[in-house]
Design a protein around this ligand. Structure first.
Ligand code: 5AD
Ligand code: SF4
Length: 447
């Protein structure tokens, strides 16, 4: 590759989970610190980072079509962008990307992106650069302090996974479970609040496996970290995701009843309602033990919104086993949930199991499951109509004067008025759909 003139603008495009969104923000911080500016909306960037997701096949294939599109747009504009592939596809298929996509100059895994500036220098000299090492934690120490934040910020507290669910690539792409130190997290939370965050979502593939020592050297879990961060006076809301049923502690459940700033929302993936399938998935919980946990969260925080993840059509799933999943959905009454057809991932144990199901079998099951989830989601939202709730404005709506924000239960609420991003507004919920609610600013009553 010939040497390249340094890029003046960049764009980071993140796919997949919130952890990737967090990594994308941190890569943007790094590039900004190099004097490269975010490309204005709608304009081509001179450096593009594709921050990829490998969790399902469709997500992983996207990267190649995106590279093709970037090359084509660059050729039409007379300058191809420098392309970096980051994230879990980079980790899992780095070599393949290098040979299949000559337009890519940098491949950087999720544990190595603090080295992006050095890799960029290499790329500018015309050398292709690849780093998919997994040194634990080094990345966080090497990142610049947080200086920018929207009203709602992500904070990665834990990375990696030791659970080895048989369908999942995460233990291979993100490595072993690692908790960031308490002190670093409190400092990063403080910086985020100084930069304007009113809400912080603590992130981790198994966020409730976080463990550390507080300032007094006492061993604490996620609930202890939440309690410490709740002390920041200007921080109004705390959330966390994604949790694993096996790592739920009594302290975490109790925290929901005791800490006002901890929002009434729980994302607790279950994946299936069938104990046979859960065992084959290596989930280490049963449908019943999951339901008991939900009951305990509900007892600690009545009305808590429950969210989950489901996989339909795991190898060998029978019609009766799928119906156990529908039954579990009926029992829980999810406020929202994500559901996916099983997608075989290279190198995972489930990929080499017998009895893979065809799309013809999976697709109608997925549709039935999603219809059940939508029904419950709508019911949950309808039950909120008539309530007045605080909404944190995150962005403008489609129409002038319209605003979009989140209720404490993570419902999207839109309403009109004279406001600004970051305002917390008391809003009366007047109409419900399955994915959002319409609100009206609560008028002050004259004395
Ligand atoms: N196929 C389909 N869905 C998957 N997930 C993880 N791996 C797979 C796979 N191989 C889903 C799980 C997980 C969510 C992040 O993605 O439901 O909780
Ligand atoms: Fe994947 Fe299971 Fe770990 Fe979640 S708990 S990241 S599904 S292996």
């Amino acid at each position: 590759m010939p040497p390249v003139t340094p890029p003046k603008t960049f764009r980071v495009k993140s796919f997949g989970c919130q952890m990737n969104a967090y990594d994308g923000e941190r890569m943007a911080d790094l590039l900004s610190a190099q004097g490269i500016a975010p490309a204005p909306e709608g304009e081509n960037a001179e450096l593009v980072v594709l921050n990829t997701c490998h969790i399902r096949e469709k997500a992983a294939e996207k990267v190649y079509s995106d590279i093709g599109r970037l090359v084509k747009a660059g050729d039409e504009a007379g300058r191809r962008p420098l392309i970096a592939v980051a994230g879990c596809v980079a980790q899992a298929e780095g070599e393949e990307i290098m040979s299949r996509a000559p337009a890519v100059s940098m491949v950087v895994g999720p544990q190595a992106y603090h080295r992006l500036p050095a890799m960029l220098e290499q790329a500018l000299r015309g050398e292709r650069a690849s780093d998919t090492d997994m040194p634990p934690i080094a990345k966080f120490d090497a990142l610049p302090a947080r200086r920018r934040s929207g009203p709602s910020a992500f904070l990665t507290v834990q990375e990696g996974c030791d659970k080895f669910c048989t369908y999942c690539v995460v233990p291979y792409t993100r490595g072993a479970e690692i908790s960031r130190p308490f002190k670093d997290l409190v400092t990063e939370a403080e910086k985020l609040v100084e930069a304007g965050a009113c809400e912080i979502t603590l992130l981790g593939q198994n966020v409730n496996a976080w463990s550390g020592e507080d300032q007094a050297g006492r061993a604490i879990g996620l609930d202890g970290l939440i309690r410490a961060i709740a002390k920041l006076p200007d921080l109004q809301r705390i959330r966390y995701m994604t949790s694993h049923p096996t790592d739920v502690t009594d302290g975490l459940i109790a925290a929901h009843g005791e800490i006002d700033k901890l929002m009434p929302f729980l994302h607790l993936p279950v994946q299936s309602g069938s104990d046979r399938v859960l065992k084959a998935m290596n989930r280490s919980h049963t449908a019943d033990s999951y339901l008991k946990l939900i009951e305990r969260f509900r007892a600690a925080r009545p009305g808590i919104a429950v969210s989950g993840d489901f996989i339909v059509g795991f190898p060998g799933e029978t019609e009766a086993e799928f119906e156990e999943t529908l039954q579990l959905v009926d029992t829980v009454g999810y406020a929202q949930a994500f559901s996916f057809n099983y997608s075989p991932r290279p190198g995972t144990p489930a990929a080499s199991m017998d009895n893979h199901l065809s799309a013809q079998v999976m697709q109608p099951r997925l549709q039935r499951l999603q219809a059940a989830i939508n029904r419950d989601q709508l019911a949950f939202n309808q039950a909120s109509v008539g309530k007045t709730v605080p909404v944190l404005i995150e962005r403008r709506g489609k129409l002038p004067g319209q605003w979009l924000g989140k209720s404490p239960w993570l419902q999207s609420v839109w309403f009109d008025g004279d406001h600004a991003i970051g305002d917390m507004v008391e809003v009366e919920l007047i109409e419900a759909g399955p994915n959002s609610l319409e609100g009206r600013k609560k008028m002050a009553v004259a004395a």
